[in-house]
Design a protein around this ligand. Structure first.
Ligand code: HAM
Length: 429
């Protein structure tokens, strides 16, 4: 019979192994603790939504909706999409669950996988993870500023290096249409220098010109009119106010007048976290205000502001060290007769909160000790024939290379066993 071929993960999808998971957990915990300190509650959202949710909120002419969504027709003929982001889902849940009435100024955070069918490359995956936060029902500039202060606290908590906050205003329904028209006119004057995609963008949504990755287009767009120069008085005042609050709070940022974000729901405040050392995929996170989104999804005119961090990218700029100390002890039954007592012993110790390894019998003591060493355990608890006869295990300090024969009563109560093991952990190696 031929050996079946190994099955590989789908392109752009990858596994996150324990070592990387430990770092992610440390980052997620630091972020979650910061969210909780700021009064945010966690929300767990489905990964599958009706396609219409994203089509209506992110914008039909965005790259995400035009070409990056994983969309399929479900067996009941509903067209569904693996979520490319979570803001739309948060707003849907806010309306659907009645939070909009019971807790109109909800502050929610989330973490989990998002799906975009982009071209995979370093730092860009088709399944990637975000940590994000959304504030609903707050039009005031304090909401923007406090969110950005919180973002800065998260970056500090995960020891993120070389990340800067870039800030802009993208205007609102009062001032953006006139600006968009000026941008369109500018683009039309430079048609010959712009790519086919940009020609399309120019007609459908000129703001999307700023998304083009092609160098020649970027060179043209560098001279385009800037939205920040075309803001109406209320948008200008909003921006000035947010900046004053950030300055007062000591949050560092740089103004980037060309920052427009890749999704259509933004108004006024828009920001991105940009890392220097990350190459092309240098956005660690981004967000902004989306005051029209709740209404666009069928709700009342309720404001919103939020952000999302890309976990893979955040991890790559974070200097947080995730400890991997190895188990306190590994229980080593030498013969089959030692297996059941070994399992009981390990369980009692684990119940006391200790990390304990347990190996199957059938190998030599030497081989088992090598395993315990490889797992970086402090102690080996040996249950051999002799130990079973005495009812007491032999304990070897794997760091100091010392044996204590028959030191540990196999049927001792858990707390006593744990005290014994902890006494070793507390003595310096
Ligand atoms: P976004 O800028 O599309 O915003 O994504 C946020 C972050 O997710 C990016 O800055 C990046 O770090 C990460 N990211 C995006 N695509 C990929 C990918 N293909 N591979 C790896 N990482 C990726 C949003 O998603 C908005 N929902 C943020 C928001 C929340 N705005 C308001 N509230």
């Amino acid at each position: 019979m031929t050996k079946p071929a190994a099955i590989r993960a789908v392109k752009g999808f990858r596994d996150v192994l324990p070592e990387e998971c430990r770092r992610w957990q440390a980052i997620e915990e630091a972020a979650a603790a910061t969210f909780v300190r700021h009064g945010f509650g966690e929300i767990r959202l489905p990964v599958l939504e009706r396609t219409e949710l994203f089509a209506r909120s992110l914008g039909e002419s965005t790259d995400v909706v035009e070409k990056e969504m994983y969309t399929f027709v479900d067996r009941d003929e509903t067209t569904v999409t693996l979520r490319p982001e979570a803001t739309a889902s948060v707003v849907r849940a806010y309306l659907e669950s009645g939070l909009a009435q019971s807790d109109p100024t909800a502050q929610l955070f989330y973490r989990g996988p998002m799906f975009r069918r982009e071209r995979p490359q370093k730092g860009r995956y088709r399944q990637f993870y975000q940590i994000g936060a959304e504030v609903l029902g707050r039009e005031d500039t304090l909401a923007d500023a406090e969110l950005l202060v919180m973002l800065a606290r998260i970056l500090a908590a995960v020891a993120a290096r070389g990340v800067r906050l870039e800030l802009n205003s993208v205007g609102d329904a009062a001032c953006r249409p006139a600006y968009t028209e000026r941008l369109r006119e500018f683009g039309r004057r430079h048609l010959a220098e712009l790519c086919g995609d940009c020609h399309r963008r120019l007609e459908r949504n000129p703001l999307r010109l700023f998304d083009c990755k092609i160098e020649t287009c970027r060179a043209v767009i560098a001279d385009a009119p800037r939205i920040v120069d075309a803001l109406c008085a209320p948008c200008r005042a909003h921006l000035d106010d947010v900046r004053a609050l950030l300055d007062g709070a000591g949050v560092e940022y740089v103004m980037n007048p060309r920052l427009v974000r890749g999704l259509d729901y933004y108004v006024r405040t828009a920001f991105e976290l940009v890392a220097d050392g990350l190459g092309a995929q240098n956005a660690v996170g981004g967000g902004g205000r989306y005051d029209g989104l709740v209404a666009a999804l069928g709700g009342p005119p309720i404001a919103g502001v939020g952000f999302a961090l890309g976990l893979e990218r955040l991890a790559s700029v974070s200097e947080l060290v995730a400890e991997d100390a190895g188990p306190a002890a590994v229980v080593l039954p030498l013969d089959p007769a030692g297996v059941a007592p070994g399992l009981r012993l390990a369980t009692r110790l684990r119940d006391q909160g200790l990390a304990i390894g347990l190996e199957p019998s059938g190998r030599s003591l030497k081989a088992l000790l090598r395993v315990a060493d490889r797992r970086r355990a402090r102690l080996a608890i040996i249950v051999g024939e002799d130990e079973l006869a005495q009812g007491r295990a032999t304990v070897r300090d794997l760091v100091r290379h010392e044996d204590r024969r028959h030191a540990l009563a196999l049927d001792a109560p858990g707390p006593e066993l744990a005290r014994f093991v902890r006494a070793f952990l507390e003595t310096p190696a």
